[in-house]
Write a protein that binds this ligand. Structure first.
Ligand code: AR6
Length: 178
């Protein structure tokens, strides 16, 4: 699924795809749904570290962790990308503990960091919707709204912004919202 945002004659493609974020060779950077230690874990974080190889963990050890909603960048090693941006989503705790703002900050800060690094193509997983239990309906709305607002505010900054969804239910949910 692809949506073209036509802004000042510059096009940013927003795409939804079903698959594994470690196999996205058409983007320069993939985003990792990490934890505050940045020292690896399960879910997409585990898959990224496994595919990148041990050098990624070695670089992550130098970063002294990351706060929730913030983002840090590393190399991608054995992944088919140039970089990995590690962001830490909020743990869902009912929704009245700042979760929505923190989740939006993950997307916003990842895009800012990619832009600052000069990158034009990026892929996101559905941050916080696995082990951190953020409801998919709410999380997908925030992901799409935040990315679309960034595209509007920064026309031409990105050529391709991809959401890589791991199962059909997640893809369907994003598709409806898009
Ligand atoms: N490619 C794309 N999406 C994936 C993949 C993959 N290979 N694997 C899982 N997903 P989660 P979180 C989806 O749990 O909720 C880790 O231990 C998954 O279906 O990976 O932010 C970290 O170290 C879900 O929709 O991340 C943290 O401790 C989405 O990715 C904690 O989990 C996010 O699920 C972070 O939890």
């Amino acid at each position: 699924v692809e949506v073209l945002a036509n802004l000042n004659q510059v096009q940013t493609k927003i795409a939804l795809t079903l698959g594994d974020i470690t196999k996205q060779g058409d983007v320069e950077v993939i985003v990792n749904a990490a934890n505050k230690s940045l020292l690896g874990g399960g879910g997409v974080d585990g898959a990224i570290h496994k595919a990148a190889g041990p050098q990624l963990l070695a670089e992550c050890r130098q970063l002294n962790g990351c706060q929730t909603g913030q983002a840090k960048i590393t190399g991608a090693y054995n992944l088919p990308n140039k970089y990995v941006i590690h962001t830490v989503g909020p743990i869902w705790n009912g929704g009245a503990h700042g979760e929505a703002d923190l989740l939006a900050a993950c997307y916003e800060n990842s895009l800012r960091l990619a832009q600052k690094t000069g990158l034009k193509t990026i892929a996101f997983p559905a941050i916080s919707t696995g082990i951190y239990r953020y409801p998919l309906e709410e999380a997908s709305q925030i992901a799409l709204a935040t990315v679309q607002a960034f595209v509007k505010a920064n026309p031409g900054a990105f050529e391709l912004i991809k959401f890589v969804l791991f199962d059909q239910a997640a893809l369907d949910c994003y598709y409806r919202k898009l």
